[in-house]
Design a protein around this ligand. Structure first.
Ligand code: NCD
Length: 354
């Protein structure tokens, strides 16, 4: 164990859902690493900025103005794991704000292939850029990057977690809650709603991060629909208990829970995390797919969501149903991520006052 590993281990053991000071500067979010960092006022700010960005960007003059806001900053997109939406939405979010971008999407073309450590690679990225947006297959690697740069680098640039192992994907949760709030705008908002999450809950970082965000809303209920072997892990369940958020597990069939749901959040099986090849195939998930005929028992006011990519867990025949909002959800990602970046760089007042 290096000195850094020891320090990191200590930091990790202190990680809680309360507050992680090293991710903040002057009481503001600096690094965006885990959903537990987000409270209601921060979310409300990010969503207000999102709305403003969208309306400003509708005109050419507005878009040109937005591109001046962070024209003096550069971002590094370090995606050491496959990505379409998260990469493209962050890439374009940076461009909306005028940031220039560099990218590594495959560690086989970086010096990691020559044996460079993760830590040295991250310090190198911080030498050239002003923001690191990263996705990594390892748990807690975004946390490690933030810890490293905050403590050992002369250029401690902010780190945004674009997905860390099977652990967290906080910016997906930000866009998911934005999508939910917009959907329930005329139904009293997200408070009091029942969110049904289905699929690979054990290894799905999107559903984990989304569950943590529920602490910011009142009278929420969660239903986790998955076979026992894919059910939500104990750490998230304990968090919900600590925050008095009622949840139950449906392990027989998705349809048993559908009539109660205000939002149905489907996910794919995360078989890239299989410890033994083909392990996921041993569990029968046929009763945890959303079929066209199931839509008859879904509330008329409910919404169907999916972080994508989808396989066959949502029948494509459902796509024309107005309750299917996953394509809008996907588009929301770019705008909420641009808002988050503006928030981190503290330039949102310029945008709000435009
Ligand atoms: C998710 C991810 O990478 O965790 N995708 C995404 O970012 N929209 C979900 C998945 O891969 O299943």
């Amino acid at each position: 164990m290096t000195i850094l590993d020891e320090k990191y281990a200590r930091f990790e053991s202190q990680a809680s859902d309360v507050k992680i000071p090293c991710f903040e500067r002057n009481g503001r979010i600096f690094d965006m690493i885990i959903s537990q960092q987000l409270n209601r006022p921060i979310l409300d700010d990010i969503y207000r900025i999102t709305g403003r960005l969208r309306s400003i960007a509708k005109s050419k003059a507005g878009s040109v103005f937005l591109q001046s806001v962070l024209a003096h900053k550069r971002a590094m997109l370090y995606f050491a794991q496959p990505s379409s939406r998260t990469f493209l939405s962050f890439h374009n979010a940076c461009h909306i704000l005028g940031m220039r971008t560099s990218e590594i999407r495959d560690t086989s073309v970086s010096s990691e292939v020559k044996g460079e450590s993760f830590d040295d690679s991250l310090r190198t990225f911080s030498s050239y850029t002003d923001l690191i947006i990263m996705r990594h297959k390892g748990q807690n690697m975004a946390e490690r990057a933030a810890w490293l740069l905050n403590n050992f680098s002369n250029r401690p640039v902010p780190v945004i977690n674009g997905g860390s192992g099977s652990d967290q994907h906080p910016t997906q949760a930000i866009l998911d809650v934005y999508t939910l709030q917009k959907s329930f705008e005329f139904q009293g908002g997200l408070d009091g709603k029942t969110i049904l999450m289905c699929g690979d809950l054990r290894r799905g970082r999107t559903v984990r991060s989304l569950s943590y965000l529920m602490k910011n809303f009142n009278d929420m209920k969660i239903i986790y629909a998955a076979p026992t072997s894919f059910q939500m892990k104990e750490d998230v369940c304990q968090f919900l208990q600590r925050h008095n958020i009622p949840y139950r597990m449906e392990t027989e069939a998705l349809e048993n829970a559908l009539p109660e749901a205000d939002a149905v959040y489907m996910t794919r099986i995360q078989d890239e995390h299989d410890e033994v090849a083909g392990e996921s195939n041993r569990t029968n998930i046929s009763r945890f797919k959303l079929r066209l005929k199931d839509m008859a028992i879904v509330k008329a006011s409910a919404v169907i969501m999916h972080p994508f990519p989808r396989r066959d867990e949502i029948d494509v025949a459902i796509d024309p149903d107005p309750r299917a909002i996953y394509w809008a959800q996907e588009r929301n990602g770019m705008w909420t991520r641009a808002a988050l970046i503006a928030y981190i760089f503290n330039v949102h007042d310029q945008i709000m006052n435009y």
